[in-house]
Ligand binder design. Structure first.
Ligand code: HEC
Ligand code: HEC
Length: 405
């Protein structure tokens, strides 16, 4: 245990050095891009444009006038995600997590036996995928972009419009969704049932074909019996282990300054600057979301009314939960409808930022904070570099989260 901790520490330091070295290469005192920092003397949260620069890899001292990215006055990102609430009715145990992991990746969970939760939520893609709308059983399409799954224990509402109140409540959703995993008695889809049994009977029979389950269910719940409630509790337990806080930005936030490129540090400063971008007013906290619902005026499709589908309130049309930006570098296309795409992931990300720069499309209910921004193309690239620094490859490649089959 200790050795592996030490090893990852050393890896972290090595990474820091690599990033640090590359940032040194990009930065000379006369580098014009360095001076292209936000300067707003009227803004007390800014430092008047003094760049964070680490030319000397051995010197970790702050230079005079340099902003302290950790100081509270900047409204910076908390270092810790805080604690998650685990329902007393579903205590987190390793046995439940292990069962949940199997169910998450098991294609027997779909009527066609060709789709699993993991088909749309792939680990290497931030537990999302790279299509605008993911096909479910037999290529059926819904109208929403698969959400990335990250730090799931830290939300209060699930889904783009927040219609599920807990992970336990959410898990049966995709199973009994006629597009996603296909159970749910779609009259147009009877060929996959082939008999009059109820959906749950067929689902349990599918799962009964996997010899590992009797032991997995027994270890998790004391008996081998399969119930929907147990499936939901096990999947929810597995999902609570999706903790991502080991990105380059987290290292930076924990004091390893060289974990970020100079461009990403500039992007970070823009991101938290209330007058330059105000991104942080919605993408706030350690998970880069305020967990609230807003209309950012950037998506295209009107097929989904967002929060209004739940509240019936026209003032909620087009409001979706602020997307966490953790791992957003690998979850393109963007927005709830996957409408913002690009030739490359970075191009897609920059396209999002350019549309924010343009001030959104000015639609009904667009949040008043979305307005034209005075950003250069370099600023756009810097913001994208910052968002890329939130990609947590350690999280995505964590062996405990991979397909056990
Ligand atoms: C066909 C693709 C597809 C499949 C299969 C699928 N999902 Fe999803 N997932 C989505 C989409 C699309 C959304 C957004 C849905 C919404 O907003 O209502 C989503 C949202 C979620 C969320 C909400 C995340 C958040 O931050 O609010 C969770 C959790 C989740 N899925 C877990 C699962 C689990 C567990 C399964 C298997 C039982 C599963 N998904 C199967 C596409 C899929
Ligand atoms: C008024 C609140 C608000 C502000 C300010 C805001 N965002 Fe967003 N952001 C959202 C919401 C809400 C979504 C999801 C919208 C949707 O799905 O249609 C989102 C989505 C995104 C996405 C796509 C993530 C994904 O997985 O699809 C990115 C990237 C993003 N924002 C970056 C930024 C940046 C950079 C800024 C500052 C220039 C910013 N946001 C400012 C509310 C905001």
């Amino acid at each position: 245990m200790k050795t592996s901790l030490l090893r990852s520490l050393m890896l972290l330091m090595a990474l820091g050095l690599v990033f640090g070295a590359s940032s040194c290469k990009m930065t000379t005192p006369n580098d014009p891009t360095v001076n292209n920092l936000p300067t707003d003397p009227g803004d007390p949260s800014m430092d008047g444009g003094t760049p964070v620069r680490d030319d000397d890899a051995t010197d970790d001292q702050s230079t005079p006038g340099e902003i302290d990215p950790y100081s509270a006055r900047l409204g910076v990102i908390p270092k810790s995600l805080g604690s998650m609430t685990i329902p007393t009715s579903n205590p987190l145990t390793q046995a439940k997590v292990e069962l949940g992991r199997h169910l998450f990746y098991d294609k027997r969970m779909s009527t066609t036996r060709q789709v699993s939760c993991g088909s749309c939520h792939e680990p290497s893609k931030g537990f999302a995928d790279n299509v605008s709308v993911s096909p479910g059983i037999s290529g059926r399409m819904g109208n929403l972009n698969a959400m990335s799954l990250v730090n799931l224990g830290h939300y209060e509402d699930y889904g783009w419009n927040g219609r599920f109140k807990s992970l336990e409540e959410h898990a049966p959703g995709p199973i009994f969704n006629t597009v996603e995993l296909g159970f749910g008695r779609d009259p147009n889809f009877v060929e996959y049932y082939g008999d009059p049994d109820s959906d749950t009977v067929i689902l349990f029979r599918n799962l009964g074909e996997e010899p590992k389950y009797p032991k997995l269910f027994k270890d998790a719940f004391g008996t081998e019996t399969i119930t929907i409630n147990r499936i939901a509790q096990a999947i929810a337990s597995f999902e609570r282990t999706f903790v991502s806080n080991t990105s380059a930005f987290d290292d930076f936030n924990n004091g390893v300054k060289r974990a970020l490129s100079v461009s990403a540090v500039r992007g970070y400063k823009l991101f938290i600057n209330p007058t330059k971008t105000n991104c942080i007013s919605c993408h706030s906290g350690a998970n880069f979301t305020d967990n609230k619902f807003h209309n950012n005026g950037l998506s295209v499709s009107t097929k989904n009314k967002g929060r209004a589908e739940l509240t019936g309130n026209s003032a909620d049309i087009g409001k979706f939960r602020t997307a966490s930006l953790r791992n957003a570098g690998v979850t393109w296309p963007y927005m709830h409808d996957g409408s913002i795409t690009g030739a490359t992931p970075t191009a897609a990300l920059e396209e999002v930022i350019r549309r924010y720069r343009a001030g959104g499309d000015g639609r009904m209910n667009q949040d008043e904070r979305i307005k034209p921004l005075n950003l250069t193309d370099q600023d756009v690239a810097d913001l994208a570099a910052f968002i890329h620094s939130l990609t947590d490859t350690k999280f995505m490649s964590n062996p405990a989260l991979q397909n056990p089959f």
